[in-house]
Design a protein around this ligand. Structure first.
Ligand code: CA
Ligand code: CA
Length: 298
């Protein structure tokens, strides 16, 4: 099923009209606008000139038939196709270096043959999804904010080959996606990755035997729990707590032993430090989880 970028929302909201209905398991292709709603077409289009009501559109939402509140869905990302050119922005007071930036700047970043060109530098793309989430059961959440429902997690591990698990809060889930990046580093420190429009192919199914209060991702290298909070310290601490609980539930280790093993071979990682809530993750190597006998068949 193809979902056109014409159908997009600016908040994850249980009252959003579905753009489409899909029976799970389902293969979906989302066409997405870039995070600026394609307002940037040249280097003169700078942050102060943008209409901020048009920031962070997410294509959808898709109503998943048969999925009920409390179910967990598995979103397997098959392919991400960024559209050239990418756009990068900087402006005073934005991001980790904003206080040193005196003038807004925009860069157009051509993308071709799996590479992007930043000024004279050509580098491999690393496409990932910035915004992917479901409708919260409570108040609407702007697409620019990450939380338990997913949203603007800006986590570079959300890429082709990764499965993202989200626990659904309203019947039908109302899945929406946007903010693709051709590349982004951990932190997204200047507030933009290489921002692109594009397309994402994915399969969506119901996950069995996994309960998660926060988004979980599985790659061929790791399981990571993604937590968003007011501060990055709080996000990292909660991600550690959630991973220790996950290990305690799924292995013979106690909570404290879980923490000690995490301290020995897990990684506390930053996803982004620039959104209304900050996002961190705790990653455990999948080889270690296999040795512990954790069932990864969810
Ligand atoms: Ca983002
Ligand atoms: Ca972005």
């Amino acid at each position: 099923m193809f979902i056109s970028k014409k159908h997009h929302v600016f908040a994850m909201d249980k009252n959003n009209e579905p753009a489409a209905k899909a029976i799970v398991p389902s293969r979906l292709t989302f066409e997405t606008l870039d995070c600026f709603s394609e307002q940037i077409s040249c280097m003169e289009d700078k942050v102060p000139n943008l209409d901020f009501d048009q920031i962070n559109p997410a294509t959808g939402p898709v109503y998943l038939e048969g999925i009920k509140a409390g179910d967990t869905i598995a979103i397997n990302i098959c392919d991400i196709r960024p559209k050239s050119p990418g756009k990068m922005v900087a402006a005073p007071d934005l991001g980790a270096l904003g206080k040193y930036v005196t003038e807004a700047e925009t860069l157009l970043v051509p993308i071709e043959n799996g590479q992007f060109t930043f000024k004279d530098l050509t580098l491999p793309i690393n496409p990932m999804i910035g915004v992917i989430g479901i409708a919260p059961s409570g108040e609407p959440i702007p697409c620019g904010t990450p939380d338990r429902h997913g949203g603007n997690m800006d986590t570079k591990l959300i890429k082709a080959g990764t499965t993202l698990y989200l626990t659904v809060q309203v019947d039908g889930a109302l899945l929406a996606i946007g903010d693709l990046h051709a590349a982004m580093g951990d932190g997204e420190i200047m507030i933009s990755g290489v921002e692109v429009s594009g397309e994402v192919d994915m399969t969506v199914s119901k996950a069995e035997g996994l309960q998660c209060d926060h988004p979980i991702i599985k790659t061929d290298q790791q399981i990571a729990i993604i937590v968003s909070a007011e501060t990055i310290d709080e996000a990292i601490e909660t991600a550690c707590y959630e991973m220790a609980l996950f290990l305690e539930r799924n292995t013979d280790l106690s909570f404290t032993e879980s923490g000690m093993l995490m301290s020995a071979c897990g990684d506390a990682e930053i996803s982004q430090i620039v959104d209304p809530l900050k996002t961190a993750r705790f990653s455990m190597p999948i080889d270690v989880l296999r040795k512990l006998g954790v069932s990864l068949a969810f």
